[in-house]
Design a protein around this ligand. Structure first.
Ligand SMILES: Cc1cc2nc3c(=O)[nH]c(=O)nc-3n(C[C@H](O)[C@H](O)[C@H](O)COP(=O)(O)O)c2cc1C
Length: 184
């Protein structure tokens, strides 16, 4: 299985990093794209190094790398998880603007009907954000999954809380990790 992971410049980069960790454990081939602003927020919010984050992926691409095979629908991969997803990237994808490799991959996945899961992060949400999210949801094969804490699972730490949400997002690709829980 091959999944593209996108990390953008919204708060919550730990969600994308955790997805890479869980997918590495699950031996899924991951292709990572971190936007320019994504790296900025990673440096602001976490202590992870760029080398460590890149090493979690099977292959890393810069957002400017349109020569990447990912930019073409002819390269086979199963889908795209954008975690976290900024409102800027949501707006671009909802309106078909493919101005970097990540928004191009989203465009490709939508046209090829591949699974896309978006974990948008902003609060509060403006009418513009909501309209763009609705547009993505109703017109395409995109699942909108804000990283809302699964408090009913009684997470014991922030790490666990993040893992529960990420495991839920990965479930939409048919991946069941050890942190996938259901209400009993
Ligand atoms: C520390 C920091 C936190 C940010 N948090 C958010 C956020 O939670 N949601 C959001 O939509 N944008 C947030 N932004 C703004 C985005 O980084 C900005 O809109 C940027 O253009 C997004 O570009 P990208 O989607 O290509 O990464 C934040 C910026 C910084 C520097």
């Amino acid at each position: 299985m091959r999944i593209v992971i996108g990390i953008t410049g919204s708060s919550g980069s730990i969600y994308g990093i955790t997805a890479l960790e869980l997918l590495k454990e699950a031996k899924v081939e991951t292709y990572l794209i971190v936007t320019k602003n994504g790296w900025k927020v990673i440096h602001d919010e976490t202590n992870f190094t760029e080398d460590y984050i890149k090493s979690l992926s099977f292959k890393y691409y810069d957002e400017s790398d349109f020569d990447s095979p990912l930019a073409s629908g002819s390269f086979e991969y199963d889908g795209l998880l954008i975690s976290p997803c900024s409102m800027s990237t949501v707006a671009k994808i909802a309106n078909g603007i493919s101005d970097n490799l990540l928004t191009r991959v989203a465009d490709v996945c939508i046209k090829e009907k591949r699974r896309v899961v978006v974990m948008p992060r902003e609060t509060p949400l403006s009418p513009i954000h909501l309209k763009n999210l609705l547009k993505l949801s109703v017109n395409s094969n995109v699942i909108i999954m804000p990283p809302m804490p699964l408090l009913y699972l009684k997470p014991r730490s922030i790490e666990e809380l993040v893992k529960y949400s990420v495991a839920r997002a990965l479930y939409y690709f048919g991946i069941r990790t050890s942190y996938l829980r259901s209400w009993k």
